[in-house]
Design a protein around this ligand. Sequence first.
Ligand code: CP
Length: 333
Amino acid sequence: MNKDFLTTEHFSTAELKGLIDHAVALKSDRLATKPLSGKSIALVFFNPSLRTRASMQIGIYELGGNAVILEPGGTSWTLEHREGVVMDGNKTEHLNEFVRVLERYVSAIGVRTFAALEDWETERTDPILKAFARYASIPIINLESAMHHPCQSMADMMTIREHLGTQKKKVLLTWAWHPKPLPMAVPNSFALAAAQFGHDLRIAHPKGYELDDALLGQIQSQAAANGGSVEFTNDPDEAFNGIEVVYAKSFGSKNFYGDPEGEIRERALYRDKWIVDDAKMSKTADARFMHCLPVRRNVIVTDSVIDSPNSIVVDEAENRLHIQKAIMTELIK
Ligand code: CP
């Protein structure tokens, strides 16, 4: 196993499937093993969370360990991650010391650090997450960065397998309208993991909302290597034809990083067309509906779809707990 869990790209499909096998076993007997007995894990949240924070804290407890939650700029000092800067602004502590001190106390560090949606060329490199990994000799777990949310995508793959089996499925990743631009980590990681698991992936979004070019290259090569396929459409209705899993997520356009007002004007064009509703779901092959949550009802998805028997969003959220326990166990082992 890689030292860190930053993106599923760093792991083979066999390793990822092994993590899901492990998570399934942990789900069937939640308190069976205590591999973190006597150990602590730090969880660093630069941004809000419900699922990630609760599932990591509870997962660490169930594995016999202790979670230390830190919120830079809130309950811990503001942090500078850039090297060589003169720290005469509003940042109190450098990540260099933050990480090297923490690792004297804990066995791993989980980090949530969203994109600021200000500078695409910088943010697409995940500078804060990578700085954690560079300074740390202990495992770093990505709890959602500017570009990736691998714990989410592994829970997504586990949930698809749980509901529909291990054979490849026709999976749709569809953009959805939202009143403001959101980060791309969830769609990036979902598309990448779907390709690594060999699903037939369709990606639907309005023109101008393409994923990162380099990431699309990884997705294409993973699909080819794992017996899957990738196709693209800008038509939100045609996108649903014959699909077995609908994964909805709104995300911002990389063309508008630094210009949120321009982005909001641009996306207003798509408000009524890009919502998951019964008419679109009726075109599918009885598809399951998935979303990472939180979700805005009747904006991203109608009540009737998210409340339908085909909606598996809560199972998906539950599986965050089990897959993260498997990831922590494997990394710390
Ligand atoms: N899906 C997800 O990561 O949820 P939270 O933002 O609530 O952690």
